[in-house]
Design a protein around this ligand. Structure first.
Ligand SMILES: [Zn+2]
Length: 347
């Protein structure tokens, strides 16, 4: 088994797999997308890169902030100072870990139609996001393209994970039929402890390894919930959870995908005092030209990925596709106004 030098680094893992090198080769032929490279996403990307997955697509719309460093393991002080997009910073770090993994970094919102197409070509989608709306969108893509996804959510000291396999398990909407209609707790209102992040993401990564190596005998068939502070673990078996009336997995109505089209798309980001504007109308000129118009404002900078400036009381980041982050407010109307003023495009 060990006469294949590129596989030597996976020796311990192949000893563990029931099918040894065959399982490793399966893993190395797979393409995984991680949506959200924050706290859980960093841990997921770390494990999958070290395990030797074939291709990894990292999708994140955000830039690294100092307040991320408490729990987002792939980033450091330099990334925060340079306000590097998370997907880019993560790719650099992960490439140093394992050069054999092909890593794609996408600095954009998952609502972009091209990303749906990209996700449709993956073998597995992993949830590293921080909000339910995006998870319902991932669930729609999962069922539409028949691709499994693994949910992981953390808040306070609690975490939860579910493995969704279309056609085999209940989907996320079967399990949380009403969750999209109410505002849940998020880490910007109640905080989060960093250890529960690793625990939940490690459970997700373990399920991912089972699926990708095709050693699926023990794949999880329940919802796991843990509270690391209160020392509580609960399992909720799937039996009876599949909803025969489920709009997503039974009726194939992908309302979260449809909602994305044509909507203005402004959203408040978890824990950030930041609003993202995802415009309908493309920018009229390249961002380097816009940067010239912004010169009179203080601290205008052009980086390879974005331009940023200080405008009124807000820190502004504008990406080449017209997406803008307005830091310093949670108010979407205020942020839209700022977008209009800075780009001259009414949204
Ligand atoms: Zn369902």
């Amino acid at each position: 088994m060990m006469n294949n030098p590129p596989l030597e680094r996976y020796n311990r893992q192949m000893l563990f797999f029931e099918n040894g090198e065959v399982a490793q080769q399966r893993l190395m032929s797979k393409h995984v997308a991680i949506v959200g490279i924050g706290a859980t996403g960093s841990v997921l990307a770390n494990h999958l890169t070290r395990s030797g997955v074939g291709e990894l697509t990292l999708i994140d719309r955000d830039i690294v902030e100092k307040s991320n460093l408490q729990r987002q393991m792939l980033f450091n002080e330099n990334d925060a100072e340079n306000k590097t997009p998370k997907a880019i910073a993560a790719k650099e770090n992960l490439t140093d870990m394992n050069r054999d993994v092909k890593i794609n970094a996408i600095v954009d919102d998952i609502r972009n139609q091209e990303i749906e197409t990209h996700l449709g070509e993956c073998n597995l989608i992993l949830d590293g996001t921080d909000n339910m709306d995006t998870r319902f969108l991932i669930n729609d893509i999962s069922v539409k393209y028949n691709i499994p996804w693994i949910y992981g959510g953390v808040v306070r000291a609690r975490g939860m994970t579910v493995t969704v396999i279309p056609g085999k398990t209940p989907c996320f909407r079967c399990l949380f039929p009403e969750a999209h209609t109410r505002q849940g707790e998020t880490c910007d209102t109640v905080g989060v402890i960093n250890t529960v992040v690793d625990i939940i993401a490690s459970y997700q990564a373990t399920e991912a390894l089972k699926w990708l190596s095709e050693e699926t005998k023990t794949i999880r068939e329940d919802m796991l919930q843990i509270d690391v502070w209160e020392n509580e673990t609960e399992l909720f078996p799937f039996q009876g959870s599949l909803n025969p009336e489920c709009p997503c997995c039974q009726k194939k109505q992908f309302s979260f995908l449809e909602k994305g089209e044509g909507s203005i798309g402004s959203v408040s980001l978890c824990g950030r005092n930041t609003v993202q504007i995802l415009p309908n109308t493309p920018l009229q000129s390249p961002i380097t030209e816009i940067a010239e118009r912004w010169r009179p404002f203080s601290n205008t900078e052009v980086t390879p990925f974005l331009i940023r400036t200080k405008y009124r009381d807000y820190d502004i980041s504008l990406f080449a596709n017209g997406r803008m982050l307005v830091q310093g407010t949670d108010n979407q109307q205020v942020a839209l106004q700022v977008y209009n003023e800075l780009t001259g495009i009414e949204q």
